[in-house]
Ligand binder design. Sequence first.
Ligand code: PXP
Length: 243
Amino acid sequence: MIPARLRLGVNIDHVATIRNARGGDHPDPVRAAQIVAAVGGDGITAHLREDRRHIRDEDIARIQAATDLPLNFEMAAADEMVEFALRHKPHAACIVPERREERTTEGGLDAAGQHNRLAPIVSRLSDAGIRVSLFIAPEIRQLEAAMRLGAPVVEFHTGEYAHAEGEARAVELKRIADMAALAVVNGIEPHAGHGLTYDNVQPVAAIPQLAELNIGHYLIGEAIFTGLEHAVRRMRDLMDDAR
Ligand code: PXP
């Protein structure tokens, strides 16, 4: 099914990054979540990393209590995170690869190579009513692995697209578009995210099969200059204009 509206999930991790720089409680990611809700964002995304460098355990429950927006909980395929998700029951859990030394989530999850590790995690989360999404590269091998795992959602990593230029960017865009179409044919809802900005969002937003974009770092960065309300509204307008 082709979704009528492309949802915007706002990743508020980096509000917590700034808060943690001083060890206090300002700026509060909960306030960011409330602003996103007030300006028509469709969801909140937050990644509880193993090293707790930005979002902390208690932020998750506070975000859930403070807004009615669906929470997309990004998590590594680690036992600690599975237990955490089962306790907090977010609307969705997006399984991402995570290495302690990386600055951000640098590539997609190797769903193909890690089938046996991921299969029980996908089942346990799904059985608890959590919508599981796998953050994968837009590659057929990974999409087929997501199908075998029975994931209802995949999020395509748009980092390669965001970093590429010229012809190479067109190639990356086509990979995302082709995989989004194939996902839908196979009953999987495709999302996309990573590295999206005002300048590069529109070609991705124009891919008709995509149901959701998750955008964080750029929006929080722009919020410093223009405010979070304005940044979310502008991104929303660009997405709507692209469809
Ligand atoms: N989607 C997923 C699964 C992510 O892990 C991230 C953050 O790395 C994002 C979306 C948002 O990416 P960015 O902060 O570059 O917009």
